[in-house]
Design a protein. Structure first.
Length: 101
C-alpha cells in the first residue's frame, strides 16, 4: 500500500489536507478563500485535483503552485495531475490548463 492509499483507507483526504496546509502558509488568504479551497477536491480515488474558476484568486493560485511543488518532491505522487480551469464547464470539456506533477 503506497503513501496516499494509506491516507485514503483511513478516510483522510491527503490532497485536501495538503492544499489547505498550503493556503494556511500564504498570508493573503482570507477565511472565506480557505473555505473555498476545501471545495476544490474532486475524486480522491484518483490522483487528480480540480481547481475551478470560483477561486482563481492569487491566494488559490499560490496555494496550488505550492501544492504542486510539494507533489513534485513526493516520490509516491508521480501520477498526480492538477487541473486548473477558468470554470467548471471548461474543466469538464477538457479545456483547462493541465499541470502534470
Amino acid at each position: 500500500m503506497d503513501h496516499w492509499s494509506k491516507h485514503r483507507a483511513s478516510g483522510e483526504k491527503p490532497f485536501l489536507l495538503l492544499l489547505t496546509k498550503c493556503s494556511n502558509d500564504i498570508f493573503n488568504c482570507s477565511d472565506s478563500q480557505k473555505s473555498a479551497l476545501r471545495a476544490l477536491l474532486t475524486d480522491t480515488a484518483t490522483e487528480e485535483v480540480l481547481v475551478t474558476g470560483l477561486t482563481l484568486t492569487s491566494c488559490v493560485q499560490e496555494s496550488v503552485k505550492a501544492m504542486a511543488r510539494q507533489i513534485i518532491l513526493d516520490p509516491h505522487s508521480s501520477a498526480t495531475r492538477i487541473i486548473v480551469a477558468r470554470d467548471g464547464v471548461a474543466s469538464r470539456a477538457g479545456h483547462g490548463q493541465d499541470e502534470r506533477a
